[in-house]
Design a protein around this ligand. Structure first.
Ligand SMILES: Cc1cc2nc3c(=O)[nH]c(=O)nc-3n(C[C@H](O)[C@H](O)[C@H](O)COP(=O)(O)OP(=O)(O)OC[C@H]3O[C@@H](n4cnc5c(N)ncnc54)[C@H](O)[C@@H]3O)c2cc1C
Length: 370
């Protein structure tokens, strides 16, 4: 095999692409695996997220998506333990859980409680007196509160750890923009990059919001587009809560490491627009301060925008291509790509290695004839 020849070429160096490479190399150390990532677009989702691991706050019915997300949440402690042990990069994880507010969920509040009870989701209802005792920093207007057992991870540390761990296991990580592919009949022979052609026996498209642009080069139309989210991080003098706070459209995710709070987020269908608007950020902080009044005095540390890869049916696209014999997809993880990372890596590594052929129908590329 030449220097540019690989068993598996993963296009995309976010959490999705790197976790697949990491899992493949861990399972089969002899595989030659490359991860290609465009350095310009690399900050758009995996490092832009809030790091909430929130299958319960995000889902309201026990469908296959919910099950997949829940399995992934359960895999997180072991996944991070392994990642940290290989990479030696610290990754902060919290299992303190999340608080949801009746005032934000209004008419769906009772339905949520029924769903959580039916699905055996660990949760507690806190009345006003309990809220004052356990979370006195919350606004009086929050009303009844529900605690749910969820998680949170520092996604930037997790991405750092994945990059380091992949390299340590021998994955070739190349900062390279893929501009095209060389095809031979019904296979993809090479990815064309600004640093030369990279040849792969198997190719994985894990390029987040850019997956549809790259697929177009292969004459495949993937119904996927970016949904922009503007976010910010503020800082207070003390760290006093580890709960993620879900106020409907507004959420607050504590970052214990920096006495910080990540506040999010907008949902904007505006193409590949990376702009951050000061007035939008100000409005988001004001909305968050209605939940957590002390945020009115917080210092703004940074603000940014990210792009969530959203398929038309808002489900991930994961599995084998029908159109090319050696092409695989893992994209469209939309609002929950950080949460889905461990389960997605296991699922995709099995499909790529041919040890699993029963694709989950709801996620299969074949639903769009890809
Ligand atoms: C504001 C915001 C908040 C979020 N909050 C959460 C959250 O709290 N919890 C959660 O679970 N999820 C959250 N998400 C979703 C999550 O971040 C994404 O689903 C996930 O990061 C997608 O990862 P990815 O690796 O597929 O995509 P990306 O991180 O976008 O990576 C795509 C990769 O493709 C590469 N690429 C693109 N084009 C090319 C090319 N031509 N050549 C080579 N490489 C290319 C890029 O360089 C990049 O490395 C959030 C997303 C946003 C935007």
């Amino acid at each position: 095999m030449g220097n540019n020849d690989f068993d598996v070429v993963v296009v995309g160096s976010g959490v999705i692409g790197h976790s697949i490479a990491f899992r493949l190399k861990r399972d089969a150390p002899r595989l030659k695996v490359a991860v290609l990532g465009d350095p310009v677009n690399s900050l758009q989702a995996s490092r832009a997220a809030a790091g909430m691991l929130a299958p319960f706050c995000e889902c309201d019915k026990a469908d296959r998506f919910f099950e997949f997300c829940r399995e992934s949440l359960n895999k997180f402690p072991a996944f991070l333990e392994e990642l940290i042990s290989v990479s030696k990069v610290p990754v902060h994880f919290s299992s303190a859980g999340a608080l949801m507010f009746a005032s934000a969920y209004r008419e769906t509040w009772k339905a949520r409680q029924t769903f959580f009870a039916d699905a055996d989701v660990p949760h507690e209802i806190w009345n006003a007196a309990t809220v004052r005792r356990r979370a006195p920093y919350l606004s009086q207007g929050c009303g009844e509160v529900m605690w749910v057992e969820e998680g949170r991870v520092n996604n930037r540390q997790m991405h750092d750890a994945l990059m380091r761990a992949s390299r340590k296991l021998g994955v070739h990580v190349l900062e390279a923009n893929v501009s095209g592919f060389i095809r031979k009949n019904s296979t993809i022979a090479s990815a064309v990059t600004d640093s030369g052609n990279i040849n792969g026996a198997r190719v994985v498209l894990a390029s987040g919001s850019w997956s549809s642009q790259l697929a177009r080069v292969l004459e495949i139309s993937v119904p996927l587009k970016p949904i922009k989210g503007q976010m910010c991080r503020v800082q207070l003098d003390a760290h006093f809560t580890d709960y993620t706070l879900h106020g409907g459209a507004t959420y607050i995710a504590p970052r214990r490491e920096e006495n910080g709070f990540v506040i999010g987020s907008t949902m904007e269908d505006r193409g590949f627009d990376p702009s951050v608007e000061d007035e939008v950020i100000d409005r988001m902080i004001d909305a968050a301060a209605e939940i957590l009044p002390c945020l009115t005095t917080a210092r703004l540390v940074e603000s940014w925008a990210g792009l969530r890869p959203a398929a038309a049916d808002l489900m991930p696209i994961m599995g084998k291509s029908r159109r090319y014999d050696n092409l695989f997809y893992s994209s469209g993880h939309y609002r929950n790509g950080i949460l889905m990372t461990p389960n997605q890596a296991d699922y995709m590594a099995d499909i790529i290695q041919g040890t699993r052929d029963d694709e989950i129908a709801e996620f299969s590329p074949s639903r769009y004839d890809l």
